[in-house]
Design a protein around this ligand. Structure first.
Ligand code: 8YV
Length: 319
């Protein structure tokens, strides 16, 4: 290890270059993914690591096996708001501080949710393919699509992202309803006591809740049936929140009208059954991936680690 006092392990190549450059400039850094034999490297150097920088992406995170290899770890700084890929219970038990990046990504994630909603309702991607395939000339007018204005936008999980989504839905003349375990007296939207009740009422069910064990497969066959044959599912949360097989079955049976999906159960794998459908819009977990938001997230990760390394309070602490 080098001479700078704080040893930082970078988990994977998905970390923004701007963050990697900042970390290199201020700390002694190691890149786990660049080690030829990661297990051997961890055995040799794991005990010297003070900080782990990772992301909320399922391929990154920080699981129990990795944490066990870092016995003197003091802080985990994650590039993302969701921390379901991090073993929070172990971190808490060992007194390891965990930080994430809430707030700075809300507007871009909400934009993506609205884009998926508009796209699947108005068939923007599907009709783009129609034109490119020469079908406009060969087959004539594209089939009619679904109006968004006046419809119920049902938001599941009304945190920062959900609230930004609600503002956008209102701007599109939608009626906003929501389901959130805690009441939200600060918002003017209609609250439902259960997810089933919201799904029944919603024309578009938009998922903005956290992933993890407590929300695993929350959207199941019953919820999809409640959403109904004119209802659309939009997922900008985590793939784990939706029972993907139940979603495919519901689409194939015409039990729901379509889906806009940025996240999947086994990323980067997307089931072939979804890829073939024009009533499904698919993006590759890109909701926060703009130059501006990734820079803001990268800086927040760095500021958290810098504060911790200087003995100051971190800015956005999970535990
Ligand atoms: C990813 C996200 O973490 O913030 C989250 O929870 O899902 C995303 O922002 C981001 O793409 C970093 O890889």
């Amino acid at each position: 290890m080098g001479s700078k006092p704080f040893n930082v392990l970078l988990k994977g190549p998905l970390l923004p270059q701007r963050l990697q450059d900042n970390l290199d400039a201020h700390f002694t850094t190691s890149r786990l993914w660049q080690q030829e034999d990661q297990a051997a490297w961890l055995v040799q150097h794991g005990a010297s690591i003070d900080a782990l920088v990772t992301s909320g992406n399922a391929l990154m995170g920080a699981n129990a096996a990795l944490l066990a290899q870092l016995p003197n770890l003091k802080v985990i700084c994650s590039n993302g708001v969701g921390y379901d890929a991090i073993d929070i219970a172990t971190a808490e038990a060992r007194g390891i501080v965990v930080t994430n990046t809430p707030g700075v990504l809300n507007s871009c994630v909400a934009d993506t949710g609205m884009a998926l909603l508009l796209d699947v309702a108005r068939r923007i991607s599907a009709s783009d393919r129609y034109v490119r395939a020469g079908d406009w000339q060969a087959k004539g007018r594209y089939p009619l699509t679904t109006k968004v204005g006046g419809k119920v936008c049902g938001i599941v999980g009304l945190g920062g992202i959900g609230k930004d989504l609600a503002k956008r839905a209102q701007a599109f003349d939608m009626d906003v309803h929501f389901y959130n375990p805690r009441s939200r007296p600060d918002v003017p939207y209609t609250r439902h006591e259960s997810l089933l009740s919201l799904a029944k009422q919603a024309d578009f069910l938009v998922l903005t809740l956290p992933g993890g064990a407590s929300t695993h497969h929350l959207v199941n066959a019953d919820v999809l049936r409640a959403l109904g044959p004119k209802g659309f599912l939009i997922n900008i949360a985590r793939g784990s929140v939706v029972d993907e097989q139940a979603l495919i079955a519901a689409l194939e049976a015409g039990e729901i009208a379509g889906a806009g999906l940025d996240v999947f159960e086994h990323e980067p794998a997307v089931p072939a059954a979804l890829l073939q459908r024009d009533d499904v819009v698919i993006t590759p977990h890109l909701a926060s991936s703009t130059h501006e938001t990734m820079a803001a997230m990268a800086d927040l990760v760095f500021e958290n680690l810098l504060a911790f390394s200087q003995g100051e309070a971190v800015l956005t602490r999970v535990v």
